[in-house]
Design a protein around this ligand. Structure first.
Ligand code: PGA
Length: 260
C-alpha cells in the first residue's frame, strides 16, 4: 500500500486528481471507477477545472460507479445518479453511453448485477477505482462481514451507515435500507485502487485498513492484498497510523519519476 499524507483535504484531492488525470492522458479510453459521498467532491471539482482549463479530455473514458440505493429513481435528489450528474458528468465531456451506475430500480436484481459485472469486463476492466471509506471501514457499500471475494450484489446497510448518510434524506428513517454495490472482489480487480479519506472521524477506519489484520470486519483492509492501492489522506485521517512518519518520509523522498 502506498500511503500519501497531505496537510489538508484540498491538497490530498490535488494529488488524487493528478493520478486520475495522468491515467486519462496516458490512456484516452481509460475505464474509471467512481465513488460518491462527501470525500470525492473536491477531487471532482479539480477534474472539472482540469477539463475546462487544461482540456483534460474525457470523451473516450468509460465510467463505472460503485453503488446506488435500491428503490430510488434516478431523478431522486439523493440518488447517486443525481449526485454524479450534478458534480461531474454534466460538467465534463464524458459520453452518456459510457456512464454506468447500478440501477436502483432493477426488477431482477441478480440479473442486473450480473450485467454490471459483464459490462465492466467488456470495457476491459477498471484502470483506476476511486474509493472513499466509511467510519466502519466499508468501501463501496460493502459493510463489515462482506465476503472479501464478493461481486456486485444487493447489500443491507448498517445503522451506522444509514446515520452517516441521513443528511441527504432529511432523516435516518428515510435512508433506503438496501443498495446495489460492486463487491470487494470486483473492486480488487481494478488495476489501481485510489482511496481518499479525510477528517478525524475516518482515522480509526484508516488505521485498521492499513495497519490492522485483513478481515471482513474492516472491508477496506482487503486492499492490503491489492498490488497497487494508494491511500491519499489528510493529516487528521492519518492521525491514528502508527507508521505515519515513515509513510511521509517515503513520499517526500520518492524519485521524481515516481511522484504524482
Ligand atoms: P463520505 O462517505 O465520503 O461521505 O464520508 C464515504 C463512504 O461511506 O464510503
Amino acid at each position: 500500500m502506498e500511503i500519501i499524507i497531505q496537510p489538508d483535504s484540498q491538497q490530498a484531492s490535488q494529488v488524487a486528481a493528478r493520478i486520475v488525470a495522468r491515467t486519462v492522458r496516458e490512456k484516452p479510453h481509460a475505464v474509471i471507477g467512481l465513488a460518491t459521498g462527501n470525500t470525492p467532491l473536491q477531487l471532482y471539482r479539480i477534474l472539472v477545472e482540469m477539463h475546462r482549463e487544461q482540456g483534460l479530455d474525457f470523451s473516450g473514458v468509460t465510467c463505472f460507479n460503485l453503488d446506488e440505493y435500491l428503490g430510488l429513481p434516478q431523478a431522486h435528489p439523493s440518488s447517486y445518479h443525481s449526485y454524479m450528474w450534478a458534480h461531474l458528468f454534466s460538467l465534463i465531456n464524458v459520453a452518456k453511453e459510457r456512464i454506468h451506475i447500478p440501477d436502483g430500480l432493477a426488477q431482477d436484481i441478480p440479473a442486473s448485477c450480473r450485467k454490471y459485472e459483464q459490462a465492466i469486463r467488456s470495457a476491459g476492466g477498471i484502470d483506476v477505482q476511486v474509493l472513499g471509506i466509511g467510519t466502519n471501514g466499508h468501501i463501496g457499500f460493502n459493510e463489515p462481514s462482506s465476503s472479501l471475494q464478493s461481486r456486485t450484489r444487493i447489500k443491507t446497510l448498517t445503522d451506522e451507515t444509514r446515520r452517516s448518510n441521513a443528511a441527504g434524506f432529511g432523516s435516518e428513517a428515510a435512508v433506503p435500507t438496501h443498495v446495489i454495490t460492486m463487491g470487494l472482489g470486483t473492486i480488487m480487480e481494478s488495476r489501481l485502487c485510489l482511496l481518499l479519506a479525510f477528517g478525524k472521524k475516518k482515522a480509526r477506519a484508516v488505521a485498521q485498513t492499513v495497519e490492522g489484520p485483513v478481515t471482513a470486519m474492516v472491508p477496506g483492509s482487503v486492499l492490503q492484498m491489492h498490488p497497487r492501492a494508494i491511500l491519499v489522506l489528510d493529516r487528521e485521517a492519518a492521525s491514528e497510523l502508527k507508521m505515519a512518519e515513515y509513510y511521509s518520509w517515503v513520499y517526500e523522498h520518492k524519485p521524481g519519476w515516481q511522484k504524482y
